[in-house]
Design a protein around this ligand. Structure first.
Ligand code: GAL
Ligand code: ZN
Length: 666
């Protein structure tokens, strides 16, 4: 178990480093991440490297037993790089070139920037690769963004050549006959900037794919420069889940040795702990157990405006939440709140003044607990029987054409997640390329893009006894080219669903049935098997015609009153549910409950709202985490006799303090 901090020695006078290291050691910090924005200090001018300061900082830390993850600094190219060639600055979708003054101001396809990247990464590797003080490397920082510059345009045209082979094929696949867009030369193909009003959906989606590939390729460039110099260090990149959907992380993660991500549950309002849970489950789904939180919130967040400060206990609680769901490392962002720069108010473990306070004590307490039980509470596997599919490409296709003003693919996934999370049924969040044959149930909301291969894999899954939950706007598009299918919906999935869509309506903004804008018709799960449960449809409504399937829910108002709103079909040894509309939260909980009962899903006992119960590990190793996200004390029954780790007592009931955590074994 790693407990670390993100540390920026370059922000502080060197005579402070010793004190920092001392305080870290006292707090039980065993790792720092360094240097991921320190390019101007490491290479003040081209080819003249200054790593001595970094070496000294590492020495000060290592002499106190603190190991290092080094970051490559490419998220923050210094002014001299930009001044030499301003075309490195990325161009946004309006065609405007970004300025210098923040970070992430570069195009990943820019040849000169790629040279700069190779040089700095290689130099760092040559200086520090294999250094015994190092345990890992982080490449860049939170890759993101889409660039629309001329270099990208050229690279996109090459990418298209590779994909389609000929212009004939491309014209056919994109349907460029529409509005006279047939291309006679590759060079004529534009980027989907806002300079044209509404681009061809095939071109647009391909550009998003290309853009994602560009980041994967740019990361590969760093890996190639770094790998030859490495010893035992493991390489990662810090992913970001909230709102960062532009890169297919399953591809970005492929070449990395382990996965890490940055967790900030409290930005404004209430802490977003259910989302954090889903993000942990995605990190685990992408990379397996053993991921790290490379930046874990340790104070009030904020650049210009400050969020609430984490309540006493919450920093630990969020850290335990990560461990419960498969993390093996927690690195707190950041060690000390900076006196300068954009992030002056993004608080760390220490405040600006640098003296230990309440948050320091909490981190220290966490580190001490990890010293005692860290190993024991982080077994290798998190037992999971259900997977929720998140398809990055489908997300992009909806970004381009949301279909309904109410449709947000991320949010729909989270709505499904909510039902299971609330019942403490563990889920892996995975991408469709992942092998799903070991799961008992798959939830694939809004599976918009489907190809034959995916259809076959889903069919095999269900035929073998799996339960598949699908929903509206599935099978609408051919995935290669973003064309609408030439079939009744849900297209390729119709056989599986055993029903088809007779007609549909958006519920976004237009009144439908009830006369109130944005409000859908009433729907009701039939008494059996879900137990009667009702609510209002959201986002979209399909009017279903059943081929072989039975109705699972009916419309109870509106023009389709009495007709099926959801269906259930037996297919092979398995079952397919199709939801013709977005469901309200209570119905998502109902659906999750039904699946849990029907599949006799293991998982933790049900808990009051705001309390998570998560098992990590199997058999004798299994550890139960109880996490109270409420501001109030909660008493609950464990439903079996368990041994609490802290007290060593066996109990069937426990009282959790506000934001409290308790750990148990059988
Ligand atoms: C993260 C980023 C850090 C820091 C932090 C606070 O997303 O990786 O470098 O900026 O946010 O804003
Ligand atoms: Zn570019």
């Amino acid at each position: 178990m790693i407990v670390g901090v993100d540390y920026y020695p370059e922000h502080w006078p060197e005579d402070r480093w010793e004190r920092d290291a001392e305080l870290m050691e006292e707090a039980g910090i065993g790792l720092v991440r360094l240097a991921e924005f320190a390019w101007s200090k490491m290479e003040p001018e081209e080819g003249s490297f200054n790593f001595d300061w970094l070496d000294r900082a590492m020495e000060v830390l290592y002499s106190r037993g603190i190991e290092v993850v080094l970051g490559t600094p490419t998220a923050a190219p210094p002014a001299w790089i930009i001044e030499e060639d301003r075309s490195i600055l990325p161009v946004d979708e309006n065609g405007d070139r970004e300025g210098f003054g923040a970070r992430r101001h570069y195009c990943p396809n820019h040849p000169r920037y790629r040279e700069h990247t190779r040089r700095i990464v290689k130099a760092m590797g040559e200086r520090f690769g294999g250094d015994p003080r190092l345990v890992g490397w982080q490449l860049d920082n939170e890759f993101s963004g889409r660039c629309y510059c001329d270099y990208c345009k050229e690279a996109f045209q090459d990418w298209l050549k590779e994909k389609y082979g000929s212009l004939e094929e491309l014209n056919e696949e994109w349907g460029t006959i529409f509005w006279s867009q047939e291309y006679g030369e590759w060079e004529e193909i534009p980027l989907p900037t806002t300079r044209a009003r509404a681009h061809n959906p095939g071109l647009h989606l391909d550009y998003y794919r290309f853009s994602s590939d560009s980041w994967v390729d740019y990361q590969d460039l760093q890996l190639e420069a770094l790998r030859p110099t490495l010893g035992d260090e493991r390489v990662t990149h810090n992913f970001m889940f909230a709102g960062f959907t532009g890169i297919d992380y399953s591809e970005l993660g492929e070449e990395l040795d382990f996965l890490s991500w940055d967790n900030y549950p409290l930005i404004s309002g209430e802490p977003r702990t259910e989302r954090a849970a889903a993000a942990h489950d995605l990190a685990r789904g992408l990379g397996g157990t053993g991921f790290w939180v490379m930046e874990e919130q340790s104070g009030p967040s904020g650049w210009n405006v400050v969020s609430a400060t984490p309540r006493p206990g919450q920093i630990k609680l969020w850290s335990y939440q990560a461990l419960a769901r498969g993390a093996d490392g927690i690195v707190f962002f950041r060690w000390r709140t900076c006196r300068v720069g954009t992030e002056q108010y993004w608080h760390g473990v220490l405040d600006h003044h640098g003296e230990p306070g309440r948050r320091y004590d909490e981190v220290k307490e966490f580190a001490r607990e990890m010293e005692e039980v860290g190993k024991e509470i982080t077994p290798d596997r998190v037992p999971v029987e259900v997977a929720l599919i998140k398809d990055y490409e489908t997300g992009w296709a909806f970004e381009i054409q949301p279909n309904s003003t109410e449709l947000d693919y991320e949010e729909e996934g989270l709505a499904h997640y909510h039902g299971f999370h609330r019942l403490n049924v563990p889920l892996d969040v995975i991408t469709p390329g992942e092998d799903f044959s070991d799961y008992g149930a798959l939830i694939a909301p809004n599976l918009y893009l489907v190809n034959e291969e995916l259809r076959k894999r889903l069919e095999r899954f269900v035929r073998g006894g799996g339960t598949l939950i699908l929903s509206y706007r599935s099978g609408v598009k051919e995935s290669r080219n973003n064309k609408v299918v030439n079939q009744l919906l849900p297209g390729e999935l119709r056989q599986l669903v055993g029903a088809h869509v007779e007609e549909y309506t958006t519920l976004g903004g237009s009144p439908w049935g009830e006369g109130k804008a944005g409000e859908g018709p009433a729907i009701e799960f039939l008494p059996h098997p879900l137990g009667s449960m009702s609510g209002r449809a959201r986002v979209w409504a399909d009017r279903l015609k059943l081929d072989r399937a039975r109705p699972l829910a009916l419309y109870r108002s509106g023009p389709w009153e009495g007709e099926p709103a959801a269906s259930i079909n037996e297919y092979g040894a398995g079952t397919v549910i199709y939801l013709g509309s977005g469901l309200p939260r209570n119905m998502h909980r109902g659906l999750a409950y039904w699946l849990k009962e029907r599949m006799e899903l293991s998982g933790a006992a049900e808990t009051p709202a705001g309390v998570e119960a998560v098992w990590r590990g199997e058999g004798d190793e299994a550890v139960l985490y109880l996490l109270n996200h409420n501001a109030e004390e909660v008493t609950l029954s464990l439903q079996e006799d368990l041994k609490e780790l802290k007290s060593g007592e066996r109990r069937e009931e426990i009282t959790l303090s506000p934001y409290g955590v308790a750990l148990f074994r059988r």
